[in-house]
Design a protein around this ligand. Sequence first.
Ligand code: ARG
Length: 462
Amino acid sequence: MTEQKTWSQRFEGALHPAIARFNASISFDIQLIEYDLTGSMAHAKMLGKTGIISLDEADKLIKGLEQIRQEHRQGLFKPGIDAEDVHFAVERRLTELVGDVGKKLHTARSRNDQVGTDTRLYLRDQIQQIRQQIRDFQSVLLELADRHVETLIPGYTHLQRAQPISLAHHLMAYFEMAQRDWDRLGEIYQRVDICPLGAGALAGTTFPIDRHFSAQELGFSRPYNNSLDAVSDRDFAIEFLCASSLILVHLSRLSEEVILWASQEFSFITLTDSCATGSSIMPQKKNPDVPELVRGKTGRVFGHLQGMLVLMKGLPLAYNKDLQEDKESLFDAVKTVKSCLEAMTILMSEGIQFREQRLAEAVAEDFSNATDVADYLAAKGVPFREAYNLVGKVVKTSLSAGKLLKDLTLEEWKALHPAFETDIYAAIAPKQVVSARNSYGGTGFEQVRQALTEAKIRFKQG
Ligand code: ARG
């Protein structure tokens, strides 16, 4: 069986069916249909306004396109492989619906500027939705942080206990990352928001089109300046994949922490039933599948970024069919980022409970107040390096005696250095240790409260 040919009379033979399938993008670019219809309506309107076709013809085209939209929304529009791609599918259906005037739609346009327009319209929408999801995620973090300013948690470097910190401070670090993600997508939006429509196949068109009008109709900030660039630029998609990768880097790091915290070794949180899963064989288990999946899905988005960079690097100007390969990566990245943001927002709002008692014990059972002993001496005039060495010795002897710093008697302290007074005990209590780090951006409670207030203001400003 051979396929019906889609193109001009130049072709005598039909495509080999396997090649037709290989060539077709309809199975995935059907996702662009709403945007394809919107873009075509704006184009038809522009053709009418400039007199390239009559206003009556433009009207017929727009009505026909509107009807296809209804058919699509009712699940009645199901083009097959023979349509090749969404653009041909729409044009063919339009001609069935409105007759020969349907064949005028493609005047002064090519699928090359058309697909670029559709993809940008799609991505503009998706970016707005993802930014809203980031806001929802941030607001959950903010609420959680608000409740846990004075909850302490061990802070780590090298995954070794370093200094205790406020749990709110820890959570707000992720709020800040999300804030950059939100900002970054806003900046990228501006470069997605440029209209390639009317660039034609590559060189513009002989018709007196009005590119500014169609750009404005579609709500784009402006048309592309250069027709070659317009049809072959995919920077905007790469930037989006890069921003998506960073969103997932952040979600994946948080996921990793949640997984650690839920382990018996840490026991900092418990997973609630609504977000945890069981094992098919070990009845005692409660698994952190949600953060594990987020961590795992991160890899696919990095892959799409890499794939798109490689796709572009050797392409001569202007359009090449390679560019059809941009869509599945983009669609999958969008789907992945959205599902991960949704899952993490739910996880952070109802999927975890901090074990406050256990956290309080955790910050009191180690030597993470050692820096504070050194700072105590340094504040009394002992050079910091000297104090640091002295405290190193204390830690060593306490460890072998099975004691913590808080267990040393005043005589023992004084034997180490005469500058120690009874206030050393207050200075090394976990709450005081955290509270004292009151430098700008630090974990001191005053700073954390200040940071929360500022975040709320920034958040409200949009
Ligand atoms: N399906 C094509 C794509 O996704 C549309 C553009 C086709 N243009 C062409 N000159 N063959 O890129």
